[in-house]
Design a protein around this ligand. Structure first.
Ligand code: TRP
Length: 434
């Protein structure tokens, strides 16, 4: 059974918060338990460099995010869990994809366009303060995905365009060099909770309104108490559906608990009381993971080991052999295998285009063979008395990959030796590739 490959990347630029947990981490870990999927989770630290220029913050965030996923129940021996920068094939693949990526397509990337629009609004040069890293972001992301031939990529809506670009680059590459890349699909989780932050807007690092997932218990309580509400007094009925406190509660509570809270809102529960209930509900879910998290954070060398080990194994089984084929496909090859300049590359010749050996018997009763490339006869044997002798001469040619003329074997009419050597090299490369 081939399992569907599902791949998730997490940029290491911040501290995980409740919104990340309910919207991404919790559903991803649940999904990883399905039997028919092979899951890939990685820390996108190369992507972090595009936004974060504080080295200590990149390091700290990488540690925190790795510890978070482990504390939340990710099992590193059941899924692939690694750090992007531990896979040197990813930047290598990024370059191959860069060379097929349309610049015009990249010009239309939302993040880049937004930067240009901001510059225009301020009458700046279009590309003021825009790095090539930001511009190339979608290509690096495509390499993350295509390096593993991932089929499905669960993402937020803001990332869908990136997956479409990855498909586009993959298609262009496949068109030029043969079918190497699977075309990935974005999966937008319809049910994914977007949590409100402290101020009621979407919880997000960029609004500075987050509640860190593993804030110490007392900090968590204080933050929850600081959530902005309206000024309805205790005893006054409150609208659950318009309340951030209720929305947060719902993301952590069962259906029954949520119903009970809805009735409490109608019955005029005081904000302080509702927030206390919210704090207790969240803490009940988070507390066991928090102690695991604290234990993990205290052992950074262990986390380092887990990540390195994950990268080593995933390279061995997936990326390294794959990128060897991709290098070969684009023409980064062992020079001793290329016979003549200008000929099609042996390894990329399609099966139909490969030269073939043909064995046959003539009316003189003897056994012959020839090497033909389409209509063209490259080599012609003399007649052999036994089919076995013809077969042996042919097998030696295939094995050695080179041709010496003798009484039993001659070049076809008008054929150059180089052409024969190229044909034999192509056959050998095709043989090796199977
Ligand atoms: N760009 C993604 C984000 O900001 C993170 C990411 C990097 C990613 N590489 C990826 C996500 C590959 C999915 C697949 O959320």
């Amino acid at each position: 059974m081939t399992r569907t490959r599902v791949l998730t990347g997490i940029t290491t630029s911040g501290t995980p918060h409740l919104g990340n947990y309910a919207g991404a981490i919790r559903p991803a870990i649940t999904a990883s338990h399905a039997a028919n999927v092979e899951s890939f989770y990685f820390l996108a630290d190369l992507h972090a460099l595009i936004k974060v220029t504080d080295p200590a913050r990149v390091q700290r965030s990488t540690l925190e995010i790795a510890a978070t996923w482990l504390a939340c129940g990710l099992e590193p021996d059941k899924v692939w869990f690694y750090r992007q920068s531990d896979i040197p094939e990813i930047p290598e693949l990024t370059w191959f994809l860069t060379c097929v990526a349309g610049k015009g397509l990249l010009n239309r990337a939302h993040a880049y366009k937004a930067a240009v629009d901001r510059n225009r609004a301020e009458s700046e040069d279009d590309d003021a303060a825009v790095t090539a890293g930001l511009f190339m972001y979608p290509v690096l992301m495509a390499a993350d995905i295509l390096a593993f031939n991932a089929n499905k990529v669960p993402v937020g809506r803001d990332q869908v365009q990136h997956i479409e670009m990855a498909r586009d680059f993959a298609q262009r590459f496949n068109h030029l060099y043969g079918e190497h890349f699977a075309l990935p699909e974005a999966v937008i989780e319809a049910q994914v909770a977007t949590l409100p932050g402290l101020d009621g807007r979407k919880m997000s690092k960029s609004y500075d309104n987050t509640i860190p997932l593993f804030a110490p218990r007392e900090t968590l309580r204080k933050l929850i108490m600081s959530i902005v509400t309206d000024s309805k007094a205790p005893g006054e009925a409150k609208d659950a559906d318009a309340s951030n406190v209720f929305a947060l509660y719902q993301a952590f509570a069962s259906a029954e608990e949520t119903e009970a809270m809805r009735r409490a809102f109608e019955g005029g529960i005081a904000w302080g009381e509702a927030k206390q209930a919210l704090f207790e509900r969240i803490d009940a879910e988070v507390a066991p993971m928090r102690s695991e998290y604290e234990a993990l954070i205290a052992r950074p060398a262990h986390i380092e080991q887990v990540l390195r080990d994950g990268a080593r194994r995933v390279r061995e089984t997936h990326v390294t052999p794959f990128v060897v084929r991709v290098r070969e496909a684009v023409g980064l090859r062992d020079l001793s295998r290329v016979a003549i300049a200008g000929s099609d590359a042996p390894a990329t010749r399609s099966k139909a285009a490969l030269p073939v050996f043909k064995q046959y018997r003539e009316t003189d009763g003897r056994f012959y063979f020839k090497l033909v490339d389409g209509e063209r006869v490259l080599l012609q044997s003399a007649g052999f008395d036994a089919p076995k002798d013809a077969g042996q001469r042919m097998a030696a040619l295939k094995r050695e990959g080179r041709f010496e003329a003798d009484a039993t074997l001659q070049l076809g009419e008008g054929v150059e030796r180089d052409e024969v050597d190229a044909a034999l090299a192509a056959l050998q490369a095709a043989q090796d590739a199977t």
